[in-house]
Design a protein around this ligand. Structure first.
Ligand code: PLP
Length: 820
């Protein structure tokens, strides 16, 4: 933080009541995440109450760890913990914002704020790179731009920063005023406006007006002046003396002209007084050029020298800001964070590292950070972070980190340059390790990632873990706080990849997992998943394996119950099981007629421990079956009541799948079973826009061919371009899960934002699409489904349901996981 605070000050600033002995307490750090506390003695913990998590539940544990100071709400019994100090407020989130407001006012250097629909993070990172030629830049880590993220970004500012860049994102009306108070920007950048979060607003114009509230007191606003509605609204609302407008036409402060080459562009910016500057940037796409123009104009407005700006631009690349999980050499797992240059970013990456399933060692390959001054304190903080995250080894590149004082538990190899590291470190240095690779752009760590990652075949399924979190939290908001969530990760987590998804769910606080077969459960255990796991359809031969790996089989008949008893007898162990009650699905399960025998078995075999009882609804996603579902629920309640009478401890009851959660909120009972909705498919009563799509299936163009009229394409000569044209051959076929039913124009893929229909029959490993008249080159990325093409629309074309499209994706398609 910029200044330390006393706990009395915190109480005063937040209007809270101070409880506990508090003669002396200096606050140096603020935290909202119990897992991220590094120096408990001077940390103030804000217990935020969210849909997924209540910070108050961690207080006892944190006191044991040495945290003394907390901000809590009135409902919390602070008097029960005399050993700590509490500031009691109405609303802890509001208090966090009030404190951020105070801390922001201690920062006297310029603050730039960025908002818009897209590219906020890219513009922030690029601008950070450019300004760091002359300044110590403080900025939001990743995309910390929300009602909680912005305060945390402000607490991350230090007194040695001499400019700050903060990003603000909103999803509904009223939010921006709060962020504006906290950021209080001197200079604003409005990147652009698009469809993101449209559902939170009445109209596009309302959304622009709301975002513009961030800039109500700025001195200058950087914006593009040939941008339709966005420019119109800005010009109407913001006084002209504040404009720093640019456009490709005349009439703006800067007039831009572009000379686009093969892989570079020259940007010429001319002012009214004919003062002209030329910049060379290493990319040609229009979106990147728009973003970089915002950056250059903002840097010029801060008074930065054009030649300094140019020297930073030469090393920029269109960036991938995401933290990506990749398979590495010798069974290692790599976290690719090659675009990170500050402490705040390192914290986010280390946190992600800690959430991964355990591997042999935790290693970090790290470059010097770009904050030049105060080197010593930064190195100390880096060391603290590595210790706190129990890192086993550090490979450092750069002079400053060489001096890091690390305990003997952390091995440290120091290199002067990335090239030296590349020369001296080989594949055999890694085996089943978890490796975080994080470095400032200048160090070119993408080479290191390239060196250590396993090769990927052209087709990948990208899974956005933030969207998965979003969807999980969405369902949490639909549930009573005490209702448990079992997540269905059967069939390779609906195609998404079981271990990574299970691991992420574990860190999100899911209560139970369920798989279809024992093998799937065993594999999760071997990957370090420790949540309880229910096995829907264990065969009797696999029961001992279940027991060995602490998996809990479903029992669905009296004869199967007897098999379980045999195994219990043989192994002399008690076995946890779940009872499947059939109320109309007619798949597996006990019918009413089986209950008398079942009760006898339960009473005679106390070593069989009944964890839960459940039933499955046959038509929860269709209104026409609502009466049937209600009847199923009623039958289930009757049957489970009857059984509970002979079960010694209380068994959990669960009925609802994703669609059921929306349709029958009164029947949550003790647990629900979440499936397809988590993976972003809107089934059964979910308002459109509430869920985020989590997966994108991508491939590449292998070859482009020109066809004359009359030539045919593929097997059975089933494809033709009537007037001739171009086709692209893609590296995906039905063996990858691109169904043969997409043949002959049924399927469409997206290439550079345009749709291209399938020509002829889909082959086993390839297919051909029509790219006549389109901007398409060999090697280009092709989207099979994702944001542009919804999974639902594909399923419909194929005449099936999204479940099948997802689970059809072959395991040979590489899964890549990222946080954006
Ligand atoms: C697959 C499955 C679910 C999840 O259903 P969704 O429709 O994907 O939410 C729930 N319960 C059982 C028994 C299942 O087999």
């Amino acid at each position: 933080m910029i200044t330390s605070l006393s706990i009395q000050q915190v109480a005063e600033i937040t209007g809270g009541e101070l409880i506990g002995e508090s003669t002396w307490l200096e606050i140096g750090k603020i935290s909202i995440d119990s897992r991220q506390i590094i120096t408990p003695g001077d940390t103030l913990f804000f217990a935020l109450v969210g849909s997924k998590n209540n910070g108050e539940t961690y207080i006892k544990e944190l006191i044991d760890k040495g945290v003394n100071a907390f901000v809590v709400s009135k409902t919390f019994d602070a008097a029960a913990y005399p050993e700590a100090v509490f500031v009691v407020v109405e609303d802890t989130k509001k208090a966090l914002q009030q404190l951020a407001y105070f801390v922001r006012n201690q920062f006297t250097k310029p603050v730039l704020a960025i908002t818009g629909s897209n590219a906020k993070t890219t513009v922030k990172e690029w601008l950070g790179q450019v300004l760091s030629q002359d300044y110590n830049v403080g900025k939001s880590p990743k995309s910390y731009n929300s009602q909680v993220g912005v305060p945390l970004s402000v607490f991350g500012l230090r007194d040695y920063h001499n400019v700050a860049i903060l990003e603000a994102g909103i999803s509904s009306v009223g939010e921006m005023d709060k962020l504006e108070k906290i950021i209080k920007p001197d200079i604003g950048i409005f990147t652009n406006i698009g469809s993101a979060h449209d559902q939170g607003f009445e109209s596009r114009e309302q959304k622009i007006l709301e975002k513009l509230r961030l800039f109500k007191s700025v001195q200058y606003l950087v914006f593009r002046n040939d941008n339709g509605l966005l420019s119109e609204v800005i010009i109407r609302e913001i006084p002209s003396e504040k404009w720093i407008s640019w456009s490709d036409q005349s009439g703006s402060v800067y007039r831009r002209s572009l000379k686009i080459g093969e892989d570079e562009t020259r940007i010429i910016l001319m002012k009214d007084d004919l003062n002209m500057n030329t910049f060379q940037v290493p990319f040609i796409g229009q979106a990147s050029l728009e973003n970089i123009t915002h950056v250059i104009v903002a840097a010029l407005s801060l008074g930065q020298n054009p030649s300094q700006i140019q020297s930073a631009l030469s090393s920029l690349k269109p960036i991938d800001m995401r933290l990506t999980l990749k398979d590495g050499v010798n069974d290692s797992l790599i976290i690719d964070d090659t675009y990170n240059n500050d402490l705040e970013g390192l914290k986010v990456a280390l946190d992600f590292l800690s959430q991964q399933r355990p591997k042999r060692r935790k290693l970090v390959i790290l470059s010097d950070l770009l904050q030049v001054d105060e080197e010593k304190s930064i190195i100390e903080e880096v060391s603290e972070l590595l210790i706190k995250h129990e890192i086993d080894g550090l490979f450092s590149v750069g002079k400053s980190l060489r001096k890091a004082q690390l305990p003997s538990t952390i091995s440290h190899l120091a290199f002067d340059s990335t090239d030296e590291l590349m020369k001296k470190v080989s594949h055999s240095d890694f085996q089943d390790d978890l490796i975080l690779i994080t470095g400032a752009r200048d160090f070119g760590f993408e080479k290191v990632v390239d060196h250590l990652q396993k090769r990927v075949h052209g087709t990948t399924l990208e899974i956005n873990l933030n969207s998965l979190t979003h969807n999980f939290n969405f369902y949490k908001t639909q549930l009573k706080p005490e209702t448990k969530v079992m997540v269905m990760v059967k069939a390779f987590a609906y195609g998404g990849g079981a271990p990574e998804i299970a691991n992420h769910l574990q860190s999100l606080g899911a209560d139970y997992l369920a798989v279809a077969y024992t093998d799937e459960g065993v594999s999760l255990r071997k990957q370090g998943i420790h949540l309880p796991i229910m096995v829907l359809n264990p065969v009797k031969e696999s029961l001992e394996l279940c027991l060995e790996h602490d998996l809990e089989p479903v029992v669905f008949s009296n004869s199967f119950f007897r098999h379980v008893c045999d195994v219990a007898k043989k192994t002399q162990k008690s076995i946890k099981v779940h009872l499947d009650l059939d109320t109309g699905m007619k798949r597996l399960g006990f019918g009413k007629e089986d209950l008398d025998d079942l009760k006898g078995l339960i009473q005679a075999n106390p070593q069989i421990v009944i964890q839960s009882m459940y039933t499955h609804l046959a038509g929860a996603d269709e209104d026409i079956h609502a009466d049937f579902s209600q009847a199923q629920i009623k039958d289930f309640l009757k049957m489970s009541d009857e059984l509970q009478r002979v079960i010694p401890s209380k068994a959990l009851r669960h009925v609802l799948n994703s669609a059921g959660i929306m349709a029958f909120p009164d029947s949550q009972m003790e647990m629900v079973r979440l499936g397809i909705g988590l993976y972003g498919v809107e089934v059964g009563g979910v308002k459109s826009g509430s869920l985020k799509s989590i997966s994108t299936l991508k491939t590449t163009i292998s070859q482009i061919k020109t066809l004359s009229p009359g030539e045919t394409v593929g097997y059975s000569r089933a494809g033709q371009l009537l007037n001739g044209g171009n086709i692209a051959t893609l590296a995906i076929g039905y063996a990858d899960g691109y169904d043969r039913r997409f043949s002959k124009g049924v399927g469409e893929v997206s290439i550079n934002g345009k749709l291209a229909p399938v020509v002829g029959n889909v082959c086993m490993d390839m297919c051909m699409v029509d790219v006549t008249g389109m901007d398409a080159t060999e090697g280009d990325e092709v989207i099979i489904f994702g944001e542009e093409i919804s999974l639902e629309s594909l399923a419909e074309k194929m005449g099936t349901i999204p479940y099948e499209v997802l689970t059809n994706i072959s395991t040979r398609v590489k899964r890549v996981y990222y946080l954006d």
